[in-house]
Design a protein around this ligand. Structure first.
Ligand code: BGC
Length: 901
């Protein structure tokens, strides 16, 4: 039995609205047996679900390819549905049935397709309530049998839609955050079930969102000054083929509603007494409403949403409520989370109920908001009263919190049942899990995952709570590989990298944050910034992020599309200073928050030119590979050459003639080794010196944002795996588990966010939900569990499983849903035996390195007998098997001397 399952178009399950002209489709091959490889496929595309009218048929194509097949020959029309199905043949002469049918639907495809006009609130509305979201509405008649209804909509701002009194879609904070002037995403909703015969009404609630808000952190720079506005087009297709289009124009009306203020950082004020009951229904009387203002923002910037929207992803209940020493009533959610509170209450009309949100309590156990800086994170709800009670959840805001301070509630109204923590984030497909025998490491893994949840709200942010919440490039670059294990982050980063590209400066410089709300603006950030773009290790996101997506998902298109942006970044660096092979000018964040920094500085002791040149080399090596992959041979040769020269210049500048690094920090040694900037004797000496440096710090790290992601990889990869284990097991400060033992449920920004004595590192910059140090996850998944992509066969077509038991673990297990199917690596050790399970998906193969056994006494024949094992090779690292798909179980006696725990 073989089957093609899990069909996807552009990574998505039956997407509605995509606007690429050459969609790519993927499937997974499901089968029993070992060593199964696809030999051929056939794809059919039709406009009817029963395939009575096949629009395109690939015929039988001899190919192993089952992911990202470009439908180049298919002609695509706007707003149309395409059904597709696949059948496959494998290397065991089996033929599948046709798969289940999947589909995608196209969006507008071209700006000229749009008919709608942008509507903004009237000046009278703005005079009365400029901070308030605005309601817009219109009515329309429907007569006849309706076949299908689609709504295409977006906003400069954030919006929610209602049709005939019901919410349209399940997405929040649409249209998300992009570099709005150049790229604004629209959403497409299926609304067949919401339409009625007779008079219908459609309504929009429009808030300011990322488009029009102050970024309190950056000198109160208002992001945009022109009015927020909305755009909607409703397509009603009747059974008889008639199409009716309703769209925003001067005939729409607008009004204030119950939301007095709703702002991402500050929260919401909602007066339920002002609810306009029935406002999005046909029967509502809108004669008092204002006329809208039509504004000309055009349609050229409109693109279909590339990443998954923000949705409600979890709901959690408070674990308790308590009264603090200073008398505040506080709910404890038991988890530092991002989203908002939904609550029910029975109160008299006019009572104000206030919910304020915070991450931590202070050392006395009181509610603490110091680290939020200017972000207010406060909900004020004014009750409408009535016998049945009322329920509320906010609209255009989100909070980062574990604790909720309640005001206006009577003690007997604080019933935990009435409060729910609603977790919001981008709805990415869950892909990876990791577990092991150490509960503290499992909690660390939990914290890493919640760091991802809290900071993947449409853009990868640094933190979700204080007055910042920006798409810091460095943080994204540091965490992307860990994230790519936990979720399918390809659509998420495809979208963000496009914003990076359009926000890139003309000379190739990369802004600090994407979307860029800082460049060329006077800043008052409290930091000593003498530039506003292009720091090493931050700007390198332009190169590292597309490469990581390619590696994990075999997505060549992202390399093709980002190539100019990647190249521009390297060319930017090349043009800096006097020596094109060194980067020793400009502003750099350096080894941010490293523990070897001077007192009162955020910047670690590692020389910034050293870091800049090291990353310059690393990114150039990636660019050279990229150029060759996308068929730009000349560029590839040029950048390989550049890379060699940079390495040479690096060695000349930063390695003493006798082979010692000129910069004596942990991070310097880590970068030199991880980026392969030293070799031979110098490399040996660098490894040796790193172990001495660790010893000098009593086996504790001193690294910051730049060195930490690679520290354990370097140790495990250079014969110091025991030290890597030691570091990860430390529970005292500074270490990953220190914060776990302090009760952390997410990853902290600072190693000492909360000190031993219960005091805080500072008020000024102390997030308890910052994912950068969560990059240790990458080491857990790729070294401890050992699941590694192979850059020569990206996207896990072929990969490597090479676990290195360590950190005193008895067992560890990782599962990863790749585009081909599930990979498992799981080992269990008892005394001197190991049991090791692996699962390799169909249509892939893997190199499996058996842990803790050398090639001594290798009995090749034993392995050859196992079905699916293609080769057995003794290597310096141990016994290496190449295996085809299927599950394998190995059980053997380990060579104890190889176990460095
Ligand atoms: C952010 C970081 C960011 C940094 C720049 C901070 O305020 O929270 O995570 O990378 O600034 O160094």
């Amino acid at each position: 039995m073989i089957e093609a399952v899990h069909l996807r178009c552009e990574y998505l399950d039956n997407p509605i609205g995509i606007d690429t002209l050459v969609p790519r489709i993927s499937w997974q091959l499901q089968s029993d047996g070992h060593g199964v490889i696809q030999q051929a496929y056939q794809i059919q595309v039709a406009s009817e679900e029963n395939f009575s009218d096949v629009l395109w048929d690939s015929g039988k194509v001899q190919s192993e390819q089952s992911v990202h097949i470009e439908l180049k020959e298919l002609e695509i029309y706007p707003r149309s549905r395409y059904y597709y199905r696949v059948r496959i043949w494998d290397n065991k002469n089996r033929e599948s049935n046709w798969s289940n049918t999947s589909y995608w639907e196209t969006g507008m495809l071209h700006p000229s397709e749009w008919k709608s006009k942008w509507v903004a609130a009237s000046p009278k509305f703005l005079e009365a309530s400029s901070a308030a979201p605005c309601l817009f509405r219109t009515t329309f008649d429907v007569s006849g049998k309706v076949k299908k209804v689609r709504i295409y909509s977006t906003a400069y701002g954030v919006y929610e839609l209602e049709l005939n009194g019901k919410r349209v879609g399940d997405q929040f904070l649409t249209p998300g955050w992009t570099s709005y002037e150049k790229r604004l995403q629209y959403q497409v909703y299926e609304a067949d079930h919401l339409i009625d015969e007779g008079t219908n009404a459609i309504g929009i609630v429009l808030g300011h969102g990322w488009y029009q808000q102050d970024i309190p952190w950056a000198s109160n720079q208002s992001n945009q000054k022109v009015p927020f506005a909305a755009l909607v087009e409703v397509y009603i297709e009747y059974e008889d083929g008639k199409v009716q289009v309703i769209h925003t124009d001067e005939n729409w009306k607008c009004s204030h509603g119950p939301i007095i203020m709703s702002e991402l950082y500050h929260g919401e004020i909602y007066d339920a007494r002002d609810e306009k009951t029935g406002w999005s229904q046909g029967t509502y009387d809108d004669k008092d409403w204002f006329d809208v203002e039509v504004v000309s923002y055009g349609h050229n910037q409109l693109i279909y949403q590339q990443n998954e929207p923000i949705r409600i992803m979890n709901e959690i209940k408070p674990i308790k409520w308590f009264t603090t020493p200073s008398g505040e009533r506080v709910l404890d959610m038991g988890q530092n989370m991002v989203g908002w509170m939904r609550f029910s209450v029975k109160a008299e009309a006019g009572r104000v109920l206030t919910l304020q949100h915070a991450e931590v309590l202070d050392s006395e156990g009181n509610f603490y908001i110091g680290n939020l800086r200017a972000a207010q994170q406060t909900i004020n709800y004014i009750s409408k009263g009535g016998p049945n009670g009322e329920q509320f959840q906010p609209h255009f805001t989100f909070q980062g919190f574990r604790y909720v301070k309640l005001e206006g509630f009577n003690e007997d109204e604080i019933n935990l049942e009435n409060f729910t923590g609603v977790v919001l984030h981008s709805d990415m497909e869950e892909t990876g899990s990791f577990q092991c025998s150490n509960p503290l490491i499992n909690q660390l893994q939990h914290n890493i995952e919640w760091g991802l949840k809290g900071n993947f709200l449409d853009v990868p942010t640094d933190c979700p709570q204080r007055d910042e919440r920006l798409g810091w490039t460095g943080d994204a670059q540091m965490f992307i590989q860990s994230a790519a294990f936990l979720r399918n982050v390809a659509p998420f980063f495809t979208k963000w990298l496009k914003d990076l590209e359009v926000d890139q400066l003309e000379d190739g410089g990369v802004p600090f944050v994407i979307p860029d709300v800082l460049s060329n603006k006077k800043q008052n950030t409290g930091y000593d910034l003498n530039s506003d773009h292009s720091s090493s290790a931050w700007g390198d996101a332009a190169v590292i992020c597309p490469w990581t997506i390619y590696l994990n998902y075999g997505d060549k298109r992202i390399l093709e599309e980002q190539y100019e942006s990647m190249r521009a970044w390297i060319e930017y660096i090349r043009s800096q200073g006097e020596n094109e092979y060194l980067w020793n000018t400009g502003f750099h964040f350096g080894d941010w928050l490293a523990l070897d920094s001077k007192p009162d500085s955020y910047v670690g002791a590692t020389d910034r030119d050293f870091i800049a040149t090291a990353f310059y080399a690393y990114s150039t090596s990636i660019l050279a590979k990229t150029a060759s992959i996308i068929g730009r041979g000349e560029d590839s040769a040029f950048y390989q050459d550049l890379y060699r020269n940079i390495v040479h210049a690096f060695q000349h500048e930063f390695v003493t003639p006798s082979g010692r690094l000129a910069v004596q920090t942990q991070t310097a040694h880590v970068l030199a080794l991880h980026f392969e900037l030293v070799s031979g004797q110098t490399k040996k000496r660098t490894v040796q010196r790193l172990s001495e440096l660790l010893k000098e710090s009593d086996y504790h790290l001193t690294t910051g944002f730049v060195g930490t992601p690679y520290l354990n990889f370097v140790l495990s990869g250079n014969g110091l795996h025991d030290l890597a284990g030691k570091l990860v097991l430390q529970t005292d400060y500074p270490s990953w588990l220190y914060q776990v033992t302090k009760g952390a449920t997410t990853i902290w920004e600072h190693w000492d966010g909360l000190k031993e004595d219960g005091s805080f590192w500072s008020d000024e910059m102390n997030s308890f939900n910052h994912y950068a140090y969560g990059s240790i996850g990458d080491w857990l998944y790729r070294v401890i569990a050992g699941i590694n992509p192979d850059e020569n066969h990206p996207g896990y077509k072929h990969f490597r499983i090479a676990p290195k038991p360590g950190a005193q673990l008895e067992w560890a297990e990782a599962k990863l849903h790749t585009l081909y199917g599930m990979v498992v690596s799981s080992w269990y050790m008892e005394e001197d035996r190991i049991e090791f399970d692996v699962i390799i998906p169909s249509n892939t193969s893997a190199t499996v390195l058996l842990p803790l056994t050398s090639s001594k006494g290798l009995d090749g024949e034993t392995f050859q007998l196992i079905e699916g094992v293609k080769s057995v090779t003794p290597t310096d690292e141990g016994i290496s098997l190449v295996v085809g798909s299927g599950s394998y179980y190995f059980s053997y006696q380990i060579e104890k001397e190889l176990l460095k725990v």
